[in-house]
Design a protein around this ligand. Structure first.
Ligand code: AMP
Length: 590
């Protein structure tokens, strides 16, 4: 059997490795370098350049040099600010395309170029063909982003044996030497484009992810952008794209230097004979600029702790990974949030790749006695009556997982049911992402008589399959959610922020919808009953019912949940006598 390689496909840099003689080994390219910049340059005539040679072209030809393509993978136009030097194409709401040399390519095609290089480097280092890989993704990647990553692997000629969450991979790298220990750890992963926080329990070789949280659009790139904006204010003529790229490079280098020293100078050699500029920048200034960005990680950490039902004191170690955690400000914030100094034993650039290699070893049998229990970061469900989100698999459920639920028809005589598959944490379907939808036909049945079973299955890669079956006819449809096109416009982190921000309104919306569904059922039933047997009620009773009906109708118009709930309950109470008479009639009439 051929080896399975582990790949960290990063926003900024990528790495590849393999298990050798029981150890995870990262492989170097022809130049002896292990870190490959995730950059692809398209020259006018020859084949694309990838990695360091491509990165060098960034300043010279930014329009045809694609970096950070991972930010666009599995995304639609309009979801992501296009603050990149190259051109984005595609219609609004459609999958993002990247334009270079007049050709539109998908982000997964760009990622595939990076993967092809890693594959070739691995083949050279190992002296054998490589066709199988484990690839890591941010834990907070949704279904479409995972599928697009898998596709990128396939375009590079690799069978993707497993998609692993980056912080989980980092935990494997940390825990491999500690298989006998029992501990609870957090992995704080702040990279170039994404932030992930995961909490795990390690016990006798079992890596159990308890919770995960994060933001697929928060990272070092944001600090760079803020720093560039700050520096640009001090220099004239920085509107020009090529100058801006140079300024960005100088800013990133200065940011890195300020992790070691207190002050630095940003040298800014102007092109086309203009004067050079040098600006002084202190760590304090950088921290002032970066603080609001770094601070945004805090809420995610607190949510992950709450979801794991732990307090900071329960954690034994906070493992730092991701290049941006080298910044002293980040380390201080982590210490503040968790009340202890973070663990910096892992190489922040390599831990995720090492973990990918270990997972590849688990799959190939090279690593034994290690079990990984990962979780799904976002809830999955379908839309039900009244536009509500009905969760089938809650977030933070251990994967792989299979869960099903029965649904019925809302309208009598209905012949089909639209299954809208949703991902997200909001109560109302419209606020979540639609992953896909399909129709299931069933035999016409009176209201609430049809029985449709919907089953969700998430595989070990975090990828979803949905099956819907009409239990009467056995007719069924299975749909694998594979298309990035089906991901809606909302953003992951926005989803979570919104779910917190709108928790109250959401609850109100749900309560109102439920009360209104009940009212919609009761009002016509009461009307019919009054017509049929209203004569048997006292005038006073009839008057009360009439008043309560008006009350329900007018409260519906206000949209307020609690008053409607009360009004419906009052109508229910007022019609007890009527209901009893109906039952009596039914019994007598038999
Ligand atoms: P990653 O995605 O894990 O490769 O992280 C890349 C991010 O880490 C980029 O935003 C880098 O600018 C940042 N980074 C790398 N080295 C340092 C450093 N020494 N100090 C601060 N940030 C760094």
């Amino acid at each position: 059997m051929s080896a399975i390689v582990g790949i960290d496909l990063g926003t900024t840099n990528s790495l590849v490795g393999v298990m050798e003689a029981g150890f995870p080994i990262l492989l170097a390219d022809g130049d002896g370098e292990r870190l490959t910049p995730s950059v692809v340059h398209f020259p006018a005539e020859s084949a694309p350049l990838v990695g360091r040679t491509a990165a060098r072209m960034r300043a010279i030809d930014p329009e045809n040099t694609i970096c950070s393509a991972k930010r666009f993978i599995g995304r639609r136009v309009g979801e992501e600010a296009d603050d990149v030097a190259y051109l984005l194409a595609g219609e609004r709401g459609e999958p993002v395309m990247i334009r270079a040399r007049g050709v539109n390519r998908t982000p997964e095609e760009i990622a595939a170029e990076v993967l092809k290089k890693l594959r070739a480097d691995a083949e050279r280092a190992l002296g054998e063909p490589i066709t199988r890989a484990v690839i890591t993704v941010p834990a907070y990647f949704n279904d479409a982003q995972r599928n697009a990553t898998k596709l990128a692997g396939e375009l590079a000629g690799l069978t993707v044996e497993r998609i692993v969450n980056e912080p989980t991979a980092a935990a494997l790298a940390y825990g491999l030497d500690r298989l006998k220990e029992r501990s609870k750890i957090a992995v704080f992963d702040l990279g170039g484009g994404t932030f992930d926080i995961s909490i795990l329990e390690l016990s006798a070789g079992v890596f159990h992810v308890l919770s995960t949280n994060g933001n697929t659009r928060l990272g070092g790139d944001d600090i760079d952008a803020a720093l560039v904006a700050h520096l640009a204010e001090r220099i004239a003529g920085t509107q020009d794209a090529a100058l801006r790229t140079r300024l960005r490079e100088a800013a990133v280098e200065a940011k890195h230097r300020l992790s070691e020293s207190e002050a630095t100078t940003v040298e800014f050699p102007f092109v086309s004979g203009r004067e050079s500029v040098s600006l002084s920048l202190t760590r304090l200034e950088l921290e002032r600029i970066a603080a609001p960005i770094v601070e945004r990680t805090r809420a995610h950490c607190l949510r992950a702790l709450a979801d794991a039902k732990l307090t900071p004191a329960d954690l034994d170690e906070i493992i730092l990974v991701g290049g941006q955690t080298r910044m002293p400000l980040v380390r201080r914030l982590v210490a503040k949030i968790f009340g202890k100094e973070p663990n910096t034993s892992q190489n922040p650039d390599e831990a995720v790749a090492v973990g990918a290699v270990i997972q590849a070893g688990i799959l190939s049998g090279a690593v034994q006695n290690v079990v990984l229990l990962d979780i799904t970061p976002l809830s999955l469900g379908i839309e039900t009556f009244g536009g509500l989100m009905s969760v089938i698999i809650p977030r933070n459920s251990t994967i792989p997982i299979k869960r099903g639920e029965m649904f019925t028809n809302a309208v009598s005589g209905q012949r089909s049911m639209l299954v809208r598959v949703l991902q997200g944490e909001r109560e109302m379907a419209r606020d979540n992402w639609e992953l896909g939808k399909f129709d299931l036909e069933f035999e016409p049945a009176p209201k609430s008589q049809a029985r449709v079973g919907v089953q969700f299955e998430i595989d070990a890669n975090g990828i979803l399959r949905v099956l819907a079956r009409d239990t009467k006819t056995g007719r069924e449809r299975t749909v694998e959610m594979t298309s990035a096109v089906d991901v809606s416009d909302e953003a992951v982190e926005k989803m979570l922020e919104d779910s917190l921000e709108h928790a109250f309104e959401d609850m109100n919306d749900r309560a109102f919808t439920e009360a209104k569904l009940k009212a919609d059922e009761m009002l016509p039933a009461v009307r019919i009953a009054l017509e049929q047997i209203g004569g048997e009620l006292s005038a006073e009773e009839k008057q009360t019912i009439a008043a309560r009906v008006v009350e329900v109708e007018s409260t519906i118009a206000t949209g307020a949940a609690q008053p409607l709930k009360k009004a419906v309950a009052a109508l229910d109470e007022a019609t007890q006598g009527l209901a009893a008479l109906l039952v009596e009639r039914a019994v007598k009439g038999r």
